[in-house]
Design a binder for this molecule. Sequence first.
Ligand SMILES: [Mg+2]
Length: 327
Amino acid sequence: MTASLHQLALAEPFRIAHGVSSARTVLRVEQEGCVAEAPFVPYYGENPEATLARLQSSASPADLPRTARLALNLLDHEIAARAAGRPLAAWAEERLGLPPGPPPPGCRSLGIPDDLAPFAEKVASLARQFRVLKLKLGSGDLGLDLAIVSVARRAAPETELILDVNGGWDPTEAPLMIWKLMDYRPALVEQPIHHRHGLEAWRDLRAELPAGAPPIYADESAQTVEDVPRLAAVVEGVNVKLLKCGSFDGAVAMVAAAREHGLGVLLGCMVESSLGTTAAAHLAPWADWIDLDGHFHLADDDYAGIEYAGDGSLVMPDRPGIGAVPR
Ligand SMILES: [Mg+2]
């Protein structure tokens, strides 16, 4: 097995409540002609060079940072699935014991804008293809957050809007913000409060939400399968990402737990190449929403995998394993 780091430049800086990025690093591992990828995100504070060194020091996989664990796990799946001539989704179906549903419509995410006029144009343009758009909020300016949603709703009257706050609202502000944003008919609100506040703050938020409030999904508060049962009473759904779980197996387990507890599933990704987003997309048939557009943020995506049709629907590659190939 060989491992290497790849620097992926972003097409334009991407701003969310956690900060601004202009490039991301991914770890790629390769064996027997199979390649798998896992991204580093600034949020987890894992050092790429140190992670690569740990990986090459033949430490036990369980002791490795999550980016390395995910890359190795995906490589194992890729090798096994390619040998069996079947897609990664076939393994997920067996493990879940649930028939695949139609994949949810594709979604594109918009970072926090500096200027609302070009933002409105971008929303209108994306809405011509995609039925779902995700708006990043938590700018630190509640007036700007409200303006972002108001402008987007005007630019895309029929589009489903997912509002992702990335924990950017204070628990005292969050209920009022959700109340105010109900006018714009959001499909759901993701991680309105910071994960450091814990379950008590989620309970308080739930108690203060009006009837008819949009579904609330946890993202940063829902890292792995263990978080699902305790969140089940306070949210309507969870955001499942391969990196959070540190493995494809862990993400499948999280989807299973969400289903068992009656929670919705938003399948997400990080900023990563199509090799990464295509691996995650194999879970789309068991998700209610997908947010698999991390590769669109890259200036130069060096893999080809999932695509979106003219009507925004997800198109999986017709190849075994992950199914992504170098461009
Ligand atoms: Mg999120």
